[in-house]
Write a protein that binds this ligand. Sequence first.
Ligand SMILES: *[C@@H]1O[C@H](CO)[C@@H](O)[C@H](O)[C@H]1NC(C)=O
Ligand SMILES: *[C@@H]1O[C@H](CO)[C@@H](O)[C@H](O)[C@H]1NC(C)=O
Ligand SMILES: *[C@@H]1O[C@H](CO)[C@@H](O)[C@H](O)[C@H]1NC(C)=O
Length: 951
Amino acid sequence: MMEGSIPHRRNGHSFVHRPMCQFRLLSALGLFTFIVLNASQLHLSSYHYPLFSNKRAPVHAAAIISRCRQLSLETGPPSDFHTRSQSDRFVPGAKPVLVKNARIWTGGKNGTEILRGDILLDKGLIKSIGRLGIKQTETYGNRLVVVDAKGAWITPGIVDIHSHLAVGSSPELSGAIDDNSYNGIVQPWLRSLDGLNTHDDAYLLSVAGGVTTSLILPGSADAIGGQAFVIKLRETAERSPSSMLVEPPYQINQSYPNPNLPLRWRHIKHACGENPSGIYHGTRMDTIWAFREAYNRARLIKERQDEFCSAALAGKWDNLGEFPDDLKWEALVDVLRGRVKVNIHCYEAVDIDSMVRLSNEFKFSIAAFHHASEAYLIPDLLKKSYGKPPAVALFATSSRYKREAYRASEFAPRILARHGLTALMKSDHPFINSRYLLHEVQQAYYYGFPENLALASVTSNSAETMGLGHRIGYIKEGWDADLVLWDSHPLALGATPMQVFIDGVAQLESPYVIPKPANFQRLPKVPNFDKEAHEAVAYEGLPPLFPKKSPLDLITFINVKSVYTHLMGSVHQMFFAQDDGHLGVVITRNGSIVCSGSSEACQKTPGLDHENMFTIDLAGGAISPGLVSFGSPLGLQHINQESSTNDGKVYDPLIRPIPKLVGGDNSIIRAVDGLLFGSRDALLAYRAGVTTAITAPAHGGFYAGLGTSFSLGASHKLEDGSVIQAVTAVHVSIRHLSKPSVSTQIAALRRLLTGPQNGAAGQWFKKVTDGDIPLVVEAHSADIIATLISLKKEVEATTHTTIKLTVTGASEAHLLAKELSEAGIGVILNPSRPFPAVWEDRRINPGPPITRESSITSLMTHNVVVGIGCVHSWAARSLPFDIAWAAIEAGGRISKEEAFAIGSSNVEKLLGGEARAEIHDLVATRGGDLLDARAKVVAVISPRRQLVDLL
Ligand SMILES: *[C@@H]1O[C@H](CO)[C@@H](O)[C@H](O)[C@H]1NC(C)=O
Ligand SMILES: *[C@@H]1O[C@H](CO)[C@@H](O)[C@H](O)[C@H]1NC(C)=O
Ligand SMILES: *[C@@H]1O[C@H](CO)[C@@H](O)[C@H](O)[C@H]1NC(C)=O
C-alpha cells in the first residue's frame, strides 16, 4: 500500500502551485488512499513537529507552517545587523585602509553633519570615524594602507536609484539589450538580474564618477516590467551577476537561511503613461486596467494564502490543500504584503493620480515616482498615496523630449523639498551617463535645491528609498565601506573623484588628480531663482520665457568685473578689474557697446545722454560672448517625440529616391526653411546665455543638407536679425548606424565632391570643393575619420583647392589628433563629455580621473580647432556648464578665452558662421561670468538685432 501511494504523492507534489487541481485529485483518489497517505505523512511530520498530533497534518506540514509564519515577518535588516563585524560583501584579503584628515559629509542630521577627521575601513565596513589614534590602528601593523586626504571632501558612495547599467549596455549591441521585454504589458515575474551584462563598459566610467551602488530597473515599455535588483559596481572574484547583488532577496534562489529573520527588500518596476500606451497600442485607460487586473489577481492569491495560513496555523488541516501560490504572481503578492519597493516611471498628474488611486485600492505603498515631471505641481496628491508619501526621482534639466515631460521644471527638487517631499536625482543610465549623476545634483543645487538635500538625494535619501539606508548612503560606523574622496566640494561644478572605495576596496588604479584652485573646496554660491521657481508653479510648468526688450536705447551696466568679446574670430578679454574696488562700467546703445572700462572714462564719452540711461547692476559680474549651440535639432522641434511639433526628417537618397517634385536626388534641403522659433528649449538656452544656434536639417541617415544659424531669442523668422546666416555649411553623417554600408556612404560623398555636380546639391558641393563653405561630417569612429582625412587629400589632389572639413560627434577623434591637425580639420565634440554609447564611440578618452587627457585637451595639444556640441535640444541650455567643465577638467590648461571660444567662435568657424564682430551677441551676467556657476544671466546685448533683451 505504501509503495502504491508513492506515485500519487509524487503527482500531488507537482500541484503545489495549483490548489484547485489538488482538490480534484484528492476526491478522485477516495478515502482509503487518503488515509494511507496521511499515515505515511504523520510519521514524517511528527518527526519534525511532535506538536501536531492531528492525524491529518500533511507530510510537509513543517514547511507549510514555516511558510505561513513567514507571512508575518518584517522586511528589512535584522535588529542585530549593526553588530556585524564583517560585511557579507567583504573581499577576502582586502587590506584595512585609514583615510586621514578628511572633511566628511556623513549624510547624518538631514545631510547637515560635516565631520573633520579620519575614517578606518576594514572587513568591508566603516570601522570608525573621528580622530583615530595609534591605539585604534596599531593592531593592523604594516597591513594598514594609509591615505592622506589632506582636508579633501569625502561623501558616501553615490547611490543611483534609477539605472539600466548592464541591462541597457554600452556600447549598445543588439546581442545585449535586456532592459525591456515586449512580451506583455504586465510581467511581474521578470527579473533584471537575468540580463545583467558583466562586461558593460560603463561600470568603470560610473565608478569614476563616484557611483558605487545602482538599482537596476527593467525598462519602461511595460506597465509592470519586472523585478529590479541592487548591485555594487565593482568587479567581483566570481565575475557573476549574482555576486554583484546587494542584499538580494532570498526569493532569487529560495534560500531562507534563517526562517525567523526578517526578509530582504525586493524591488519592482512599474510604468504608466506614454511608453506602455504606445508599445501596446493602447491608451492610459488600458494601462491602468492592466494594473488593476494584475493587482486584483495578486489580491485574490494573497487572500487565499491568508485564509489557508490561518487554518494551517490553527492546525485545521481538513481539506486544506496546498499553500496557494503562483510563481508568476508571487512578486505582486509580495507588493501587497509590503515587501517590495515599488518604483514607478510616471510623468503627469493624470498618471500619478491613477497610481495613487491604485495604491489605495490595493493598499500598497509606492517607494518612488520616477521622471514625474508634474510631481512638483501636485504635492497634495502625492501625500494621498497609500502609506508613506513616495519619493520623487528626477533629472535636473532633461525635459520636453516627449509630451509628458513638457512641463518638467528645473525647480522641481526645491519645490518638492519645500512641501516636505523627498526629491532624488537619478540617471536613468545610459540616458544620462551615471558617471555624471552628481552633475545632476550640482544643477539642481544651482537652481535652488538646498545643499544638504542635494547631496542626500544621491546618497542617504536614495539609499533609504531603496530600503538600504541601514548599510549604504551614509558614512557611519558599521556601514558598508563605500566612500568617494573628491577633488573639490562635491557641489562644485566638475567635482571628480580622487579615489572611490567599494566594500573597502579602492577602485581607481593610479587616478589622475586635477589641480584645482582653493576656492573649489568651498560650497559654491548660487544665484537666486525664487521668482522663477514661483512662476513655474503659477504657470503650471509653462512660465513665459520670452525676454523683455529694454525700454531705453542706452543701458549702463555697472559693477562689471570683466568683459570678453569677439574679435577677429576669437574671444578676447577687453576689461578685467583686478579688485572689487575698481569694478568697471559698460555702456550700450541699441545693442552695441559704446564704452567699457572705468566709470570715469565712460562718463566722458561724447554724445551720451546720461539722464536717459537704464542701469543694470552686475554685482561683480561680466559681459561675455553669447554661446553657440550645435548638434541637436534645436530650432527644428518643440517636442522631440511629437512629429506634429517638428520640422521632421529629410529624405535620404541612399535609402529611397527624393521625389522629383523636390528636385530628385540632386536636391538639397535647407534647415532655414524649417525653422521653428520660440521653442521652450530655445528660450531656456537663450536665458542661459546660449544666444545662437547652428542647426543642420534633421536626418536619420547619410544625407542631411544645409545648416543655418539663427537667434534663439527671436520670436519669428522675419524679425530683424533672427536668421543670422541662411546657409552655413553642407552637412552629412557617416555612421555605422546608418544604411547602407559605411563604404557606400563614403562612395556617395566622394561622388558628390568629385563627380558631376548637378542640380542644387551640385551647386553647394561645388562651393565645398571650391573651399567657400565647410563640409561638416558627423563621424564618430576613428576608422571613418581616417577615411575622411584620406578622402580630403584625394579630392584636393583632383580639385587643387583646399576643402574646409569639420568632423562632428568625433568620439574617437583624439586617436587621430596629429593627423587631423596636419590635415587642417577641426572637430566639434558631441557630446562634449564622451560616452561609449555604440561601437563606433567605444575608444573614448575618458579624462580624469581615469586619464590625464580628455578628448578636448588631446586635440587642443595638437592645435586642432575644437568646439563642443550637445545631442539633445533640452541640453542646449547647459553649454555654459559644459564649457566650464572642460576648462576645469583641463586643470588650468584651457584659458577662459579659449573656453569661451570652444562654445562660440570655434563652433561658428568650424560650421561656416561669419566672424564679423557685429554679428555676435554678448551676455551680461550678475555675480560672476558666464562660465562661473555662481552667475545668472540678466541681459543679452545684441548688436545684430540692435537691442538689449532683459531676462
Ligand atoms: C531638512 O533640511 C531641509 C532643507 O534644509 C529643511 O527644509 C527640513 O526642514 C529639514 N528636515 C528636518 C527633519 O530637519
Ligand atoms: C542564494 O543566494 C544567496 C544570496 O545571494 C547566497 O548567499 C546563497 O549562497 C545562495 N544559495 C544557494 C544555495 O545558491
Ligand atoms: C536706436 O534705436 C532707435 C529705435 O529703437 C532709433 O530711434 C535711434 O535712432 C537709434 N539710435 C542710434 C544711435 O542708432
